[in-house]
Design a protein around this ligand. Structure first.
Ligand code: SAH
Length: 602
């Protein structure tokens, strides 16, 4: 009988940084051929039953002979490479030869040293505003590098770089980065033997790193990381945690997600995979799965039913779950639920989705039951399209109460919402006063909504009736921190960006606030003047007495203040103020947004 060849990524060094699959392969192995000094020999402890061969001194032919003979002798052979085999693993020539001889093999990935170095440095290679790409490369050594990939041309991209196999000649390397125009203060970190007992980290800049690395005696087995991403403090915020960014798994503020527990059904293998993807994105959901596919679904999520009994399973779940997502043909769903349907006010939401997740059809209880919302949740998760057929939604208009919730307005008389929307549904006209920017953006093309004047608060009236929906504008203060000498353009851009992300209109900004020591900051003063808004300053003492969400080590170290933007915004907004957007870094400017509490009449 033939054996089995598995190429395994050993990870960066620490024996517990191999994958579970990789360790299992070692445990089963009869023969392990491991690649030299960067594979931690502790890993070989997993391979209790195997013959061990260090390939450092072997030629390619000798290695291949070991693998092939092992295979033909029916052995389980592991070829163990450092990090991930796909990075400078010299595996392709081995794959090629095995292919030629028609010998099958498998590949198990590993943690590359590029990522072990990031972990050691506690850094993120991709940070908004600093770098959104990583170049993994090496300096040309004995192994040549294609001309178009020569370091000076790659380094001309301002992004993060992970440079392998190049610590031996730091001076030459740095020279090439300079030649590419990277500035002298570009951060560089060198991680020697990431994740090993004797790991060493040297940090510096283009100006001094070569010297520091020499002093530390590092010449090999090191990852060189270059780029501004190493300055964690300067990074912007990823939109991932932005409350206004509709991520696949989180609905943006203002678009209400479906509330209530869902049952998600799939029938085929592929359908169940999609059902699981959907269930993990919903707030609360179980996956219903026939017995034969039970192992595809993690235990904490699954409800197993006997094969071929989906109809009964749906019937049992009806009345218990508020939402049903059915990943299957609509016909099956219609037949199964027909006898269960009761009334508009009591039926659960039912959404049908195809196996590819292209369409999420709101099938039953679109409005009251929330199937329209559930359909849009499902579509967001799968990247598909929600199909909604109920009347008020096809009119394609942003409802006024939705607008209010998005832009932090307060609805003063919610009772009027229904009157306004039913009037609109019958194609009636309404007259509005609101900020022009909102009208232009949401209603300008809708003949039913007539603009009757600019106003910070919003009012929507139904002509010829008493009905006026009133929504009151919120008030905000922006806390601003900036580096010395920051120009007005940078401030303008940073504030605009943060307002956009926070769904805050400039009209609703009362003023700006900063630290005392910015009183003479020209750009800031000019910016406040240009906007015609207040500008307030707070002493170090006051700022430090204010509790904030994201204190900054950097500001503490350089200014002795634990937070400028957050603390100043909260202080300016006064008692009961709430932070709407925490410290957001945009280049040399940080901005936070605090909302004023509504002033109550005394
Ligand atoms: N396949 C490996 C890379 C092999 S090339 C991987 O994915 O990591 C060998 C080079 O990788 C070394 O010269 C060094 O630049 C880097 N390297 C490997 N292990 C390392 C470690 N533990 N710490 C830092 N660099 C390492």
């Amino acid at each position: 009988m033939n054996g089995k060849i598995t190429f395994v990524g050993a990870g960066p060094g620490a024996p517990d940084l191999i994958t579970v699959r990789g360790a299992e392969a070692l445990k089963r192995a009869d023969l392990v051929v491991y690649a030299g000094s960067l594979v931690n020999e502790k890993l070989l402890d997993y391979a209790r039953n195997a013959e061990l061969v260090n390939s450092a001194k072997l030629s390619l032919d000798e290695v291949l002979a070991l693998l092939c003979n092992g295979y033909h002798a029916g052995k389980s052979v592991v070829r163990l490479h450092t990090g991930d085999p796909a990075m400078y693993g010299a595996v392709s020539e081995q794959y090629r030869e095995l292919d030629k001889q028609d010998i099958p093999y498998e590949v198990v990935p590993g943690v590359s040293s590029a990522f072990a170095a990031a972990a050691a440095l506690k850094t993120e290679y991709t940070m908004p505003g600093l770098s959104m790409s990583v170049i993994m490369t090496r300096d040309a050594g004995r192994t040549p590098v294609p001309e178009k990939e020569a370091l000076p041309s790659l380094a001309a991209h301002d992004c993060t770089m992970c440079i392998f196999l190049s610590a031996g000649n730091m001076r030459a390397l740095i020279g090439k980065l300079r030649a590419a125009g990277r500035p002298e203060d570009t951060p560089v970190a060198v991680v020697y033997r990431a994740s090993w007992e004797n790991e060493k980290i040297v940090r510096g800049t283009l100006a001094d790193i070569a010297e520091r690395v020499e002093e530390a005696g590092i010449k090999r087995q090191a990852m060189i990381v270059v780029g501004k991403a190493l300055n964690r403090e300067q990074g912007g915020l990823s939109s991932l945690y932005d409350r206004n960014f509709a991520h696949g798994y989180r609905a943006a503020a203002g678009t209400e997600p479906f509330r209530g527990k869902c049952a998600v059904f799939g029938m085929t293998r592929e359908g169940i995979a999609k059902a699981l993807e959907i269930a993990s994105g919903l707030t609360e959901a179980d996956v219903f799965v026939p017995e034969k596919y039970a192992s595809l679904v993690p235990e904490h999520r699954r409800v197993i039913y006997p094969d071929g009994r989906s109809k009964q399973a749906i019937a049992r779940a009806w009345g218990i779950y508020r939402g049903f997502v059915m990943v299957m043909a609509a016909g099956i769903v219609v037949r199964h639920i027909a006898p269960l349907c009761g009334s508009k006010t009591s039926d659960p939401a039912v959404v049908v989705c195809d196996e590819r997740g292209d369409y999420a059809v709101s099938l039953l209880s679109g409005h009251i039951g929330g199937a329209n919302r559930l359909a849009s949740d499902v579509a967001r998760i799968t990247g598909g399209k929600a199909v909604v057929t109920t009347a008020s939604d096809v009119r394609g208009m942003t409802a006024f109460d939705e607008l209010a919730s998005r832009f932090h307005y307060r609805v003063n008389n919610p009772g009027a919402i229904l009157k306004v929307s039913s009037h609109l549904l019958e194609n009636g006209r309404v007259e509005v006063r609101m900020p022009r920017v909102l009208y232009d953006r949401f209603y300008a093309d809708d003949a039913r909504v007539v603009f009757c004047g600019e106003s910070r608060d919003i009012s929507v009236s139904v002509p010829g009736t008493e009905t006026v929906l009133r929504m009151e504008a919120p008030r905000f203060f922006l806390g601003i921190g900036c580096r010395k000498g920051t120009g007005i353009a940078a401030l303008r851009a940073a504030v605009a960006e943060v307002l956009k992300r926070s769904w805050v209109l400039m009209d609703c900004v009362e003023g700006f606030a900063s630290a005392d020591l910015k009183r003479e900051e020209k750009g800031l003063l000019e910016f406040a003047r240009e906007t015609g808004k207040k500008l307030r300053f707070f002493s170090k003492k006051k700022l430090n007495a204010q509790k904030v969400e994201h204190p900054s080590e950097y500001a503490m170290k350089h200014l002795g203040i634990h937070s400028v933007s957050e603390a100043a915004s909260l202080l300016a907004a006064g008692k009961g103020a709430a932070l709407v957007t925490g410290k957001t870094v945009c280049g040399s400017v940080t901005v936070a947004v605090a909302r004023q509490m509504k002033k109550t009449a005394l």
